[in-house]
Design a protein around this ligand. Structure first.
Ligand code: MN
Length: 351
């Protein structure tokens, strides 16, 4: 089904086949990665709302909790949250599906251990729309994968154009697409050099998006404790390694509990050290129940997914990656310090 020359772009023949599938398939599922973020939920709900306004029903299933900052998206209260459902019901949903859209992830394991099984076991036709590098091509029947895209939301918009479904992009779908783009580009501050992103955003505003209001809804939602945790992380826990143009912040479980930490609260902390001049890489370590979670960020050309992949069995994007470490907090910090010299040349580029 994939073309030999350009396996990750949909051909006209494939688009026509997908149009047929949309018309003739009962039980269409839309799903996304574990710990879904603004792009994961935004692109899923955009596809859901657009299909719905074209008269095509679908169900959105996500592996686990939706962050509060995006729970205002219309229809998000109808999303099936896998980990909150009875597993037999979810198994049935996957078993009965005829078509599954896989959005914002590149391999079945990204949906998390529990949901991976029913997803892989399903005999449904699987369509991938994603911007992460190196998709596991064998797991999907159709792939629309563009690593250069800002967000999966951008690709969903382009996919809807290919299907000639733009006329069905209503306000709820436009708000969902805007959410994906604005979160995955850090409010148009990275992965944002392509004019298409602004043309698409302009079109979404024409379709009724109130960009100022949505930006406040998405980003100005901190609790007081969350802001204080950020202050504490910077004031007390920031380690700056000037030689390696790298900053490290580590937060133990006890510290997170002191600030009533909730899922998603540390999001954004990892980006803060990048605002220091000459700091090109930022790494956040947070202690979970039985492991250390690592978040990597970089600015410019430094490929943080390479650093994560070569030493921590991880992946992600050029400027953002995440992994787990089985070592202790201190051992993980020591390991980072040991591997940074290997990248000294790449780390010290001038902006
Ligand atoms: Mn994304």
């Amino acid at each position: 089904m994939k073309t030999a020359n350009n396996p990750n772009i949909l051909t006209t023949i494939q688009i026509n086949a997908i149009r047929q599938l949309l018309e003739n398939t009962k039980n269409i599922l839309i799903t996304t990665h574990h710990n879904p973020d603004g792009d994961a939920i935004g692109s899923s709900m955009a596809l859901y709302h657009t299909l719905k306004s074209a008269g095509i029903e679908s169900t959105v299933v996500v592996p686990n909790t939706i962050p509060d900052s995006i729970s205002w998206i219309e229809g998000s209260d109808e999303i099936l949250i896998f980990e909150e459902q009875d597993s037999s019901k979810i198994d049935q949903v996957f078993a009965e599906a005829g078509l599954i859209f896989c959005l914002d992830f590149n391999a079945p394991r990204r949906v998390g251990e529990k949901m991976q099984k029913p997803l892989e076991a399903s005999s449904a036709v699987k369509i991938l729309i994603d911007h992460h590098p190196q998709p596991q091509t064998s797991a999907f029947d159709y792939l629309y994968s563009e690593t250069s895209a800002s967000s999966t939301a951008e690709l969903v918009y382009k996919f809807l154009q290919l299907l000639e479904f733009e006329k069905h992009i209503n306000k709820a779908a436009a708000e969902s697409l805007y959410t994906g783009i604005v979160t995955d580009t850090g409010s148009f501050s990275f992965s944002c050099n392509d004019p298409d992103i602004y043309l698409i955003t302009a079109d979404l505003i024409k379709r009724g998006v109130d960009a100022e209001l949505l930006h406040r809804r998405i980003f100005d939602t901190f609790s007081e404790k969350r802001l204080r945790l950020m202050g504490y992380a910077i004031h007390q826990k920031l380690l700056v390694l000037h030689t390696f143009h790298t900053a490290i912040i580590s937060l133990t479980k006890e510290e997170l509990e002191r600030f009533d930490h909730k899922a998603g609260d540390t999001e954004g902390i990892v980006n803060l050290p990048l605002s220091i001049s000459n700091i090109n890489v930022s790494i956040l370590l947070t202690e979970r129940d039985d492991l250390i979670r690592l978040s990597f960020r970089s600015k410019g050309d430094f490929e943080v997914n390479k650093l994560a992949g070569e030493h921590f069995d991880g992946g992600g994007h050029r400027n953002a990656a995440g992994r787990n470490s089985e070592l202790s907090m201190q051992e993980t910090i020591e390991k980072i310090k040991t591997v940074l010299p290997l990248y000294l040349n790449e780390l010290q580029y001038q902006i």
